[in-house]
Design a protein around this ligand. Structure first.
Ligand code: SAM
Length: 286
């Protein structure tokens, strides 16, 4: 067991996790500004982006880049600075660090070294969207980004199909219509969902309806940033009749029930709209 007392005297420095606005500069908190002014160094996902924010709030602290492509390389230096007593702040381009953004490796490294990790509350797209969605706010299940390839999405969504919680996804606008179509295939066209677009910005809007309605809407062309929220499954008992689990689990369960692998692969491919050859290769680990 390890205990962190965030504000007790410590020989090391502290890592502050600082959320930044998701579209409205007024959502920057007083504490976030104070911490960014006081730390020795800011680790920013994109220094050019963060510099604009820092300039706006007259923050002159030095910022260095810290993102998924240089995390491994930066970690030893950052941990060493923290151990020497420097205070660091980490922030991403928008919202909470570590939430579908860089940060988790640095947090894990600090926890391992006994360096206090101090989270600041603030802007986050998922929770901001959820509270206005009209869907049940709890329990909820935050998923973040799905895989991009259709088949991998089907696998991920199939595993979520019977969940009763409201599900929250992030998605890029150019993939939205396709992803909603796959959701409608796997969850059913009638499943209720909400799209939160351009949160906190001038053209913020919410689209609420069935997945079929939202697919039709998105196919007309969309722009901006989106959070996709899908209602949990209200009828898992009906769906229990239908096989659940990932495609490979469904094949295995049919095979365990006496079906031949080839017949099971064919049936699952058809039911989920997947490529039979791909499933065959995955099942036989070719
Ligand atoms: N760390 C961020 C957070 O705490 O929400 C999320 C960063 S993730 C790389 C970016 C995704 O978050 C976008 O693709 C979109 O799905 C969602 N997002 C960010 N800002 C948004 C906004 N203003 N309105 C709607 N969705 C937003």
């Amino acid at each position: 067991m390890q205990r962190q007392e965030s504000f007790q005297a410590t020989e090391t420095g502290r890592l502050y996790l600082v959320p930044t606005p998701i579209g409205n500069l007024d959502d920057m908190t007083f504490r976030a500004i104070k911490v960014l002014k006081e730390v020795n160094l800011i680790c920013a996902e994109d220094t050019r982006h963060t510099r604009q924010l820092l300039n706006h709030f007259e923050i002159t602290t030095k910022a260095i880049s810290f993102h998924e492509h240089n995390t491994e390389q930066r970690l030893p230096e950052l941990v060493a600075r923290l151990k020497q007593g420097e205070n660091l702040a980490q922030c991403s381009d928008a919202g909470m660090p570590s939430i579908s953004d860089p940060g988790k490796e640095l947090v894990a490294a600090c926890v391992k070294e006994g360096i206090p990790v101090v989270p600041l509350p603030g802007a986050n797209a998922a929770l901001t969207a959820l509270i206005a969605s009209g869907l049940s706010p709890q329990p909820f299940y935050f998923y973040g980004f799905l895989e991009r390839k259709h088949q991998q999405q089907v696998t991920e969504l199939t595993a979520l199909r019977n969940r009763g919680e409201t599900m929250i996804f992030y998605e890029a606008p150019h993939r939205l219509a396709k992803t909603l179509t796959t959701m409608a295939e796997v969850f059913g066209e009638e499943r209720q969902a909400v799209l939160a677009r351009e949160l906190t910005k001038r053209y913020e809007e919410f689209e609420r309806g069935s997945l079929a309605e939202l697919v039709a809407w998105a196919k007309e062309g969309v722009r901006g940033e989106f959070v996709v929220m899908v209602a949990g499954n209200d009828h898992p008992q009906e769906d229990e009749q239908r096989p659940s689990g990932t495609p490979l689990e469904q094949i295995q369960s049919a095979v365990d029930g006496g079906q031949s692998p080839n017949a099971a692969i064919k049936q699952v491919a058809k039911r989920l709209g997947l490529n039979r050859q791909d499933l065959y290769k995955q099942y036989h680990q070719l």
